[in-house]
Design a protein around this ligand. Structure first.
Ligand SMILES: [Zn+2]
Length: 83
């Protein structure tokens, strides 16, 4: 079992996608992803979304947009958990 909960995973997800996360944390996140289809799908979807934005816009993702994206992800996770 991964040591991370889905909530902890989501807290680190933003840094992970920015590739700013520590190596040991990154490994924990990847372990969680391997065990948690919910989070794996979330990361896959988010990566695809981000890469679309990055293609359109060479600058880093604007913070408000990123915040909105992360919020949407968390809402989706919560509804997937049924609570
Ligand atoms: Zn999870």
């Amino acid at each position: 079992m991964s040591l991370l909960t889905c909530d902890q995973f989501l807290q680190e997800l933003s840094d992970y996608l920015d590739e700013e996360v520590r190596e040991d944390v990154r490994r924990e996140l990847e372990k969680h992803m391997a065990e948690c289809p919910n989070c794996w799908v979330m990361v896959d979807t988010t990566k695809k979304t981000l890469s679309i934005y990055k293609k359109l816009e060479p600058d880093p993702l604007p913070e408000p947009l990123k915040a909105r994206l992360m919020q949407a992800i968390q809402t989706k996770i919560k509804s997937a958990e049924g609570g």
